[in-house]
Write a protein that binds this ligand. Structure first.
Ligand code: GDP
Ligand code: MG
Length: 370
């Protein structure tokens, strides 16, 4: 059962708090405006004052998002979002660094890359690939737990001089559970003891059948150290992306998923987001989690301020009211009033949840009212 403070109810009814307290006194209830009453009492009061009860459902207040409600004809191809997974020391960080570098040299000269949790690489034919620069299965599972499925393709890194290890198996499980296609990158191929064929065979034991073993999982031999096979890896990602027919509508208010966020000393709360659909623009009003905000600046993966960002783009957003969690959805709304309304509703719900969980005793009740 929901509870409401007398003050809040008075506000919603457009009556004076003191009048409600007086009416409650007549009903033999001694409460102050700051105290809460249950739903039945609230409904009784509303009727006593001759008002009608308007039940507001969650769907009316909160924002319901469905990623697939854009008409097909409004959607255009978007770059794939790729997560790199694999066992510790198999070369995830080295691969992400190497891929980013191949792009920097091709892109604008002297472009300083900064770590923003995700970055985009442009392929030879001009298409783009977004890489999540947060390797580790924790980020992946955390986001999935929040219902965020941002990853389109998993690149599974396996060191050719090692083999299938516990975190390799874990990554395979994650990808399968999320129904995300995998590309196997057999790394450290430059090492004399590397044995790519052994890896392919061992993968069979975990129901991963690469093309060379007559399966349909793409695999590629790479060396993150000297750059071997990186172009081929990107080509295979692009090919896989084509098969997935990834699309999103760009000309609508943006929806984005938080990849990571932190409190920056100079800039305040900063979130790295991936745009799911729509276009995020400077000045847009939004809600993320229980906070509302207004886009003060958008920073791309090159550290440059940009005016807007479209589907699959990774960007930093400034202008948040607080620090959101990874996996939370940022939704652009029509105006500040709407943003505040949704944020407040979510805050109230969060408080209700906390109160419901908190131990109550007469002591705390009396302390509160004094
Ligand atoms: P992570 O734990 O998966 O992120 O692995 P790292 O990227 O930190 O790499 C672990 C170690 O393997 C480091 O010492 C790297 O220099 C080395 N390494 C990564 N890729 C290669 C490669 O292609 N060839 C060789 N020889 N060493 C590599
Ligand atoms: Mg690493």
């Amino acid at each position: 059962p929901e509870a409401i403070t007398v003050g809040e109810l008075a506000k919603r009814m457009g009556e004076k708090g003191a009048d409600l307290v007086k009416e409650l006194f007549n009903l033999d209830m001694m409460v102050t405006v700051n105290q809460t009453i249950d739903q039945d009492t609230a409904e009784l009061l509303v009727e006593q004052f001759g008002h009608t009860i308007q039940k507001v459902s969650e769907a009316d207040v909160d924002i319901q998002t469905t990623e697939d409600d854009d008409p097909v004809e409004t959607m255009v191809p978007r770059p794939p979002i790729v997560a790199v997974m694999g066992h510790v020391d198999h070369g995830k960080t080295s691969l992400l660094d190497a891929l980013r570098k191949t792009n920097v040299t091709r892109g604008e000269a002297g472009g300083i890359t900064q770590h923003i949790g995700a970055y985009q690489v442009t392929t030879k034919d001009g298409s783009k690939v977004t890489f999540l620069d947060t390797p580790g299965h924790a980020a992946f599972t955390e986001m999935r737990q929040r219902g965020a499925n941002v990853t389109d393709i998993v690149v599974l890194v396996v060191a050719a001089d090692d083999g299938i290890m516990p975190q390799t198996i874990e990554a395979i499980k994650h990808a399968k559970a999320a129904n995300v296609p995998m590309i196997v990158a057999i790394n450290k191929i430059d090492k004399p003891e590397a044995n790519a064929q052994k890896i392919r065979e061992r993968l069979l034991e975990h129901e991963v059948m690469v093309e060379a073993m007559s399966g349909d999982v793409q695999d590629v031999e790479i060396s993150a150290k000297n750059g071997t096979g990186l172009e081929e890896l990107i080509e295979k990602i692009a090919l896989q992306a084509e098969l997935l027919e990834l699309k999103a509508r760009p000309d609508r208010p943006a929806e984005a998923t938080v990849v990571e966020a932190q409190l920056d000393k100079g800039r305040g709360p900063v979130a790295t987001v991936l745009i799911n659909r729509g276009t995020l623009k400077r000045g847009d009003t939004f809600v993320v989690g229980t906070e509302s905000g207004k886009v003060r600046a958008i920073v791309n993966d090159q550290g440059k301020q940009i005016k807007e960002a479209g589907p699959s783009m990774p960007v930093e957003v400034l202008g948040l009211g607080g620090v959101p969690s990874a996996g939370e959805l940022l939704t652009v709304v029509e105006n500040e009033q709407r943003a505040r309304e949704v944020a407040q509703y979510r805050q109230e719900k969060a408080t209700e949840k906390r109160t419901a969980l908190a131990p109550t005793s007469f002591d705390t009740m009396f302390n509160k009212s004094n």
